[in-house]
Design a protein around this ligand. Structure first.
Ligand SMILES: C[S@@+](CC[C@H](N)C(=O)[O-])C[C@H]1O[C@@H](n2cnc3c(N)ncnc32)[C@H](O)[C@@H]1O
Length: 298
């Protein structure tokens, strides 16, 4: 018998035993596996074993919270306020393209596909080849039968525009979840410019990361080094400063939700900020980026 024990929301322990796999959305997670696995009718313990094996390997690549807490195995994109709107638009216009920046093991991508997003119009981008490779063993799936595109790239790379010139203004939807908060403020500005580089004029950039309440500006900002967090107003201003977009107030939306997906609640991760921003049709972004880096990113 497997030495793994599948734990669900009802029997969470406050500590994270590495031999336990905690699934907060057990049914949805099993559904995703059964939808994509090449082996029909897999048992819960087979799926759990794969999640555990994948977690151990992924921890050696980069021990992000999403890996430690098995969040890589559970979808989160469908909790975003823009999710239904995106799916409605795609139902009417299936040619709409989407990129998931920091796709990790493409669990959100598989959720989108399950909910009807045409697979051939989705691209997953991540700086870690290993996560993309693990994505196929995690879902017991052949890479070649999947159909979505994958791209290995670092969105902070100063030569991104040169290396990924084919992705310039290519996507109607640019999604990024739980990536921005990994970086300091200057890096976040670069990252936002990279998202602006990827989106089509008039397209939607949307995502989430750890956020903070307006009234607790000084708490848990982690100003030294990695992982600066912002209030919704600060984040909107960061977007405008990074891109030069003159966005009308209605074109940036954000909400704070309790970060209740974490197994071990943390004071510095109490809220998740969901946001979306509509790229202007006439975007000055590229001009702005050229002014910032007149030598063309070399
Ligand atoms: C914390 S995980 C979040 C994964 C997933 N989006 C989610 O919400 O669960 C961050 C992901 O972003 C990727 N990532 C971090 N920095 C990146 C960068 N500069 N360029 C591309 N991908 C990056 C990591 O490799 C990892 O897969």
């Amino acid at each position: 018998m497997s030495d793994l024990i599948l734990k669900t929301l009802n029997d969470l322990s406050p500590t994270l035993d590495p031999d336990f796999i905690y699934l907060k959305r057990e049914l949805d997670t099993l559904f995703l596996h059964r939808r994509f696995s090449k082996t029909p009718g897999e048992s819960v313990s087979m799926v759990t074993q794969r999640i555990s094996d994948t977690r151990k390997k992924a921890m050696k690549i980069a021990p992000h919270t999403c890996i430690r807490e098995c969040l890589f195995a559970e979808s989160r994109i469908d909790r975003h306020f823009a999710y239904r709107q995106v799916l409605l638009i795609v139902a009417q216009t299936p040619s709409k393209t989407l990129i998931d920046v920091g796709c990790c093991m493409a669990t959100d991508i598989r959720t989108l596909i399950t909910h009807g997003y045409p697979i051939s119009n989705i691209t997953g981008l991540d700086c870690e080849t290993g996560f993309i490779q693990l994505s196929f063993s995690l879902y017991n799936q052949s890479q070649y039968s999947f159909g979505a595109q994958f791209r290995v790239a670092d969105v902070l790379d100063p030569r991104l525009r040169e290396r990924c010139g084919d992705l310039d203004s290519k996507f109607d939807f640019v999604h990024t979840a739980n990536v921005i908060h990994l970086y300091d403020e200057a890096q976040q500005e670069v990252l936002l410019r990279a998202l602006a580089f990827l989106v089509k004029p008039g397209g939607l950039v949307w995502g989430r990361q750890v956020g903070i309440e307006e009234r607790s500006i000084d708490q848990h900002r982690q100003p030294e080094g990695k992982g600066v967090r912002f209030t919704m107003n600060q984040f909107r201003r960061l977007w405008l400063a990074a891109t030069g977009w003159e966005t009308a107030s209605g074109q940036f939306e954000a909400i704070l939700t309790p970060y209740d997906e974490l197994r071990t609640p943390r004071k510095d991760k109490r809220f998740s900020m969901q946001w979306s921003i509509r790229a202007p049709v006439e975007a000055p972004t590229r001009r702005l980026v050229e002014l910032i880096n007149p030598m063309g990113c070399t």
